[in-house]
Design a protein around this ligand. Structure first.
Ligand code: RIB
Ligand code: CA
Length: 337
């Protein structure tokens, strides 16, 4: 990793006081993996921990993938990676039958086994303790998976909530079709009760949904640049994204892919790449065809005060350039003399 060494610290030291302390809650998954790569390639962020939850694959595979990705990235070996919930709190867990993310959850890319071990505490307990050690608004959460851990945190440890600066969530489809049902996006469909609890908890929220992630596709040319670079990280990222783009082409006729979770990380670093609309939001939990639907009341029809900023537009080319440039700059092969 070519990133200037910023000493790993739970509490940023003065020289690193500017980076935003964040915890990423994820379910790697290919786009979670690229989101992690981007987060660690962003000096604006100080990733102080990773929490994991079942989603794209079962929790055991998610944790293993997260540990292997930390090795690939070359993160500080002390970086906590904590195991979270193995499924929703109010429903049976449903791991997708058709593996969108391929064998092992990383597009069939096999990373070397990691010698790292998960943090001994459960993700929710660890995160609650980290938050209690922070000042008000001292930590940003980036959530790129079903919101089970985050809901459990807010429900079980409400005293930890004031330390949350904001939650940047990849999830939902406010004004666009879903990707699991016509109305629901996967993360909100997987655990709608958790999504509803988080949206109505009163914590500052930014929602990056399918409305924008599908408008900011990573193209075949981008993927080929990563594959051509030949370094371990860029090569792995290219192969993972190649899996998604190949599947996307088969299903939609477009040789490209939506790297949903990476856009949530980009939103935390460069919110200017996105157009935001304030709304009152909640998530529908019932209904044969409405389970997991993100409801966004922009015009005050419910009379409820706005509780989230919803992404409604994106500068797609700027995001693509941001993502690929950072990956190549941070992890790419040294420029040939
Ligand atoms: O709908 C896209 C989301 O579901 C992404 O977070 C992807 O990783 C899956 O978890
Ligand atoms: Ca995810």
């Amino acid at each position: 990793m070519n990133r200037p060494e910023t000493p790993y610290s739970e509490t940023p030291s003065p020289e690193t006081a500017s980076p935003e302390p964040v915890v990423i809650d994820c379910d790697p998954g290919i786009d979670d993996a690229v989101a992690l790569l981007l987060a660690f390639a962003s000096p604006e962020l100080d990733v102080t921990g990773i929490t994991t939850v079942a989603g794209n694959v079962g929790i055991g595979q998610v944790v293993d993938n997260a540990l292997r990705l930390c090795d690939l990235i070359g993160t500080d070996p002390r970086l906590p990676v904590a195991r979270g919930h193995a499924g929703p709190l109010a429903r049976a867990v449903r791991i997708p039958d058709e593996p969108v993310h391929g064998e092992g959850g990383l597009g069939g890319v096999t990373l070397p086994p990691s010698a790292r071990t998960p943090h001994p505490e459960h993700a929710v307990a660890w995160l609650a303790e980290r938050l209690r050690a922070r000042p008000a608004g001292g930590l940003t959460l980036i959530a790129t998976a079903p919101l089970t851990n985050i809901a459990a945190l807010l429900h079980t440890h409400p005293d930890a909530a004031p330390a949350i600066k904001e939650i940047v969530v990849m999830g939902g489809a406010a004004f666009a079709p879903g990707n699991v049902t016509p109305s629901a996006e996967f993360n909100f469909f997987a655990d709608p009760e958790a999504a509803r609890y988080v949206t109505e908890a009163g914590v500052p929220l930014r929602i990056v949904g399918l409305d924008v992630t599908r408008a900011a596709l990573t193209t075949r040319a981008d993927i080929d640049r990563l594959l051509a670079d030949g370094a371990p990280v860029t090569g792995a990222a290219g192969r993972m994204l190649d899996h998604l783009a190949t599947r996307y082409e088969r299903r939609h006729g477009i040789d490209a892919c939506a790297v949903h979770d990476a856009l949530a990380v980009a939103a935390a670093v460069r919110p200017d790449l996105i157009e935001w609309t304030d709304a009152w939001v909640t998530v529908e939990c019932g209904g044969e065809f409405s389970r997991g639907k993100l409801i966004a009341d922009v015009h005050g029809r419910t009379g409820r005060p706005h509780n989230a900023r919803v992404a409604t537009g994106v500068d797609a080319d700027a995001f693509r350039a941001f993502l690929i440039t950072r990956l190549l700059h941070t992890y790419g092969a040294p420029a040939h003399p």
